[in-house]
Design a protein around this ligand. Sequence first.
Ligand code: UD1
Ligand code: UDP
Length: 387
Amino acid sequence: MQHIKLINIVGARPQIIKASAISRAIRNHFSDSITEITIHTGQHYDKELSDVFFDELEIHKPDYNLGVGSARHGRQTSMMISGIEEVLLKEDPACLILYGDTNSTLAGAIAASKLHYPVVHIEAGLRSFNKMMPEEINRIVSDHCSTLLFAPTNAAFKNLMNEGFKPENCPPYSIDNPKIYLTGDIMYDNTLFFAGLAEKKKASFLDSLAVERDKYILATIHREANTDNISRLEAIIRTLISLSEEHAIRMVLPLHPRTTGSLKDKLAQLYKDLESCRYISVVPPVSFLEMTLLEKNAKMIITDSGGVQKESHFFRKPCLVLRKETEWIELVKNGTAVLVDADPVLIRKEFERFLDDGKGFEYPGFYGDGKTAEFIIKEIQLLSEHQ
Ligand code: UD1
Ligand code: UDP
C-alpha cells in the first residue's frame, strides 16, 4: 500500500468533531500508510467553538489556521478559497476531505476541484430542498465538485442519484466519474466512542447545572433562519420560557454566540427574561463530552441543529426540530423527531405530547455500525491506488 497524504478541511464546530472520527481511525488503523494534514479555516475561533474540541477529543492541532474569522458569506468564503489554494499547492496531497455543509466545506470544494485535486465529501447527498439556507448551496456545489461521495443515509444516497450520480460507476474515479457510497454516519462512530467517556470524565457536570437525569430538557438554537429573523427567535424563546414555567421543568440552553448576539442586540428585554427564568440555565457553548452527557440524560431535546437531531436519536430521545424541514427525514418519518418550525402552537402541542408519551418509541439503527470512518479511509486508499 503506497503512503498517502490527506488534507482535512475544518472550520466550524461540527466539522472539528466529525474530523475526530477520521483522525481516530487513521491513528488506530492506518498510521503506517497515511499522513493527515489539517487546515482550519478559522471560521469558528472562540475557544468554546474550536480549541476545546482539539483538546478534549485528542485531535492533532491544525497544521494551518487560515484565521479568516467572521464575515459575510462571499467575503468569508473567498478568503478561505484563497488560503486553501496556497496550502494545496504547497502540500500536493492525494486528496482533500470535506465534512458537512459549511462555508469551509464549500471553499475546500472550489479550491481543490479547480486545481484538479480529488475531493472526498463526507456527509454527501443531504438536502433540505430549501435553497434559502446557505448550507443547501454549500452541499449542492460540494457534491458536484467531488470524486468520492459518502452518503450517510438512504435518503441522501437517493438524492445523489436523483441529481444524476450513478452508483454503477467503475474506477478510476474522477470528478467526471464520481463514486457514491451509502455508508453510515461518522457521528455515530463518535457517539459510540465518547458516550462512556463523557459519563466518566464529566460525572459532576449535571450537578454543576443543578439538573437531574431524565428531568430536564436540552435546547440549542443557532440556525441563521432562526437567529437572524427576530420574530422567529422571539417566538421560540418566549415559548421555551412559558413551557418551562408552566410545567416547572428545567431546561439547559447552551447558546451559540450568534444567538446570544442577536438576543442582546435586538431582543434585550427578552434576553434578560430568559436569563432570569428560574427554570432555564443559559450557558455558553459546552464541550463535546459535556454535550454528549447532556443529550444522553435529557428527557427531550429541542434544536435546530443537524448534529443534535441525530444525537437525539442515538440517545433515544424525542426531538422537536425548530425548522420547517430537515435533511434527516428518516427521524421525522420515524415519529421520534417532529418539525415544529418556530410556531408556538406547534412547539407547545408536540412538547406536551412528548412529555406525556415520550417513552416507548423505537429508535432503529439508521446510521451504520459505528465503523464508518474506517470504511471511508479504506475507500480513499483505493482511490489513490487507481490514480
Ligand atoms: C456555521 C455554519 C452552519 C453550522 C454552524 C455550526 C455556514 C454558512 N454556517 O454557522 O452550517 O451549522 O456553523 O455551529 O457555514 N461567531 C462568534 N465566534 C465564533 C464564530 C462565530 O462569535 O467563533 C459569531 C459571529 O458573530 C458570526 C456568527 O457567529 O458572525 C456566525 O458565524 P458563522 O461561522 O458565519 O456561522 P454559524 O452561524 O456559526
Ligand atoms: N455541540 C457541542 N456543544 C454545544 C452545542 C453543540 O459540542 O454547545 C455539538 C453537538 O453535540 C454536535 C455538534 O456540536 O455534535 C453540532 O454542531 P452545531 O449544532 O453547531 O451545527 P450543525 O450540526 O447544525 O451543523
